[in-house]
Design a protein around this ligand. Sequence first.
Ligand SMILES: Cc1cc2nc3c(=O)[nH]c(=O)nc-3n(C[C@H](O)[C@H](O)[C@H](O)COP(=O)(O)OP(=O)(O)OC[C@H]3O[C@@H](n4cnc5c(N)ncnc54)[C@H](O)[C@@H]3O)c2cc1C
Length: 607
Amino acid sequence: MDYESFEHDVLVIGAGGAGLRAAIEASTAGVSVGLVCKSLLGKAHTVMAEGGMAAALGNVDDRDDWTVHFADTMRGGQYLNNWRMAELHAQEATDRARELEAWGAVFDRTKDGRILQRNFGGHKYPRLAHVGDRTGLEMIRTLQDHGIHQGIDVHMECTVIELLKDGDRVVGAVGYDRERGRFRVFTARAVVLASGGIGRAFKVTSNSWEYTGDGHALAYRAGADLMDMEFVQFHPTGMVWPPSVRGILVTEGVRGEGGVLRNSEGKRFMFEDIPELYQSSTATNEEEGWRYTQGDKKARRPPELLTRDHVARCIVREIKEGRGSPHGGVFLDIAWIKKRLSNGEEHIKKKLPSMYHQFKQLAGIDITQEPMEVGPTTHYVMGGIRVDADSQMSTVAGLFAAGECAAGLHGANRLGGNSLSDLLVFGQRAGKYAAAYAKEQIATRADADQIEAVARRALKPFECGSQGGGDSEGPYQVQYDLQDMMQAQVGIVRREEEIQKAIDRFGELRARADQVGVQGNREYNSGWHTALDLPNLLMVAEAVAKSAIVRKESRGAHFREDFLEKDAEQAKVNTVIRCGADGEMQVTQEPLSPIRDDLKRIIEDNK
Ligand SMILES: Cc1cc2nc3c(=O)[nH]c(=O)nc-3n(C[C@H](O)[C@H](O)[C@H](O)COP(=O)(O)OP(=O)(O)OC[C@H]3O[C@@H](n4cnc5c(N)ncnc54)[C@H](O)[C@@H]3O)c2cc1C
């Protein structure tokens, strides 16, 4: 088998915020770094982030500090979070934000020139450092500029399809370049996975084509534990019309700037259902909610800024009970603020420029004049690779993970803005500890048999395609059937029988995926790329379904219609997925580690 070989001390798979930050840190520590990504550098998911990055800088409200951020994150995650990660995240996010600024990120400013912060769901105080509604673009631009000057080797448009092991240790990866279809072999003393999410396992999603759960599946096949896979976040506000743009995100920033949700009767339905945990911190009337969005420190947040899991479910309820918008969503109205602000139209365009253009160009709607139609969309996975909180090492030696593909920080539900800060805090840590680990290892050699086996498996769709003489099933139908099934049976509202039906179908879907055929050659062949993504999508989907069926309660993003309440026993466990010796997926529930007393007190003090 022909392939090109590359050798690095640390190999980082993924060039979003987490991967870039890890690569910068490892390179700063003096080791050689390779950075691999599926698309062009700069095009990762992170670039799409809109609303901002959470960090308790206290620039807009000086009552904010890391303890409040920590308590908000734990409450948002319904206390299933890895408390050590939540502590490190809240403590270090401020330094990471300032560091990004020092590297050239131009955040929006307060009148006295400090980083401006905005309100977001579940955050007690205005906490999101932002650049209009294009924060991710600024983050990626800054990290990329900084990183390329450090001598990091970038392998763009290259998909990693398997990790290489030497005994129990991960020692590299095999990938292929997407343009020409040639294999590449990377040897490394440490590997950091920063491959993002799994949104493409569902039909309606805000995620781009890249998010097929590759990192999760690579880690799983290499023997690592995954954790909390039942917790998939359905963002309350995605576009619903026209069909071609269904699922595209409408940032929570719209609600942070005063946008309100109404049903077809014109009612602000979010006031009707405020969870007990948030009753004391939520406004009781529209006037108070408006004052909060305008920075009145005595006012409490409007119910539109409750956590995403809750808002999404309230929207589903309105739609199911016949009070939805014409195209199966509800109305999100920011145009109404013109009644309150004389420069309302300009204000909306200035604060939400991307949303203005998105709706104008994709739906023919001027959001300064009329409401948007929105509904839930699959957005983020809280579950992922189980890691050590401090070092980000997975349960397999030499394999680290950071960002969306890692689990722990967000528990049962992520607060908006906590992902961008997660990427920087834990990207930095993963880079640091991977570099330290790499320095202690002796050089490795890739095993030719392993490489040969990976390449042969990868080329199988061409064999199936030629044997089938053009009649073999293509990968797209299998992908479509999987997405359809996950959306319908393991989506936002779940029931035992439906999850079980999905679980019962994985065998059939896997058998079909194993036999899909593609035509043509290896040069930019999107059918082949999809065929190679399929096993990963199937693996993560099965992990979601199997974790969802064992959590017999409703908590955070996991909503069981047949177990509506939280269960005190389930509050004590994480769900863990691993590959058994027989190749079968194993699911266990494992106890959370007991939280430190000082952190417990912080949570109590902030209730
Ligand atoms: C529209 C939108 C708006 C958002 N807004 C916000 C926000 O305002 N605030 C916030 O905190 N969060 C937000 N999020 C969430 C946040 O953007 C993501 O969770 C975060 O960017 C993930 O970053 P990451 O570094 O983990 O991975 P990503 O940025 O997703 O990057 C993953 C990288 O891995 C690469 N990759 C994947 N598989 C492979 C493979 N097999 N081989 C090689 N490379 C691979 C990809 O090419 C990519 O480079 C938003 C998400 C979306 C979709």
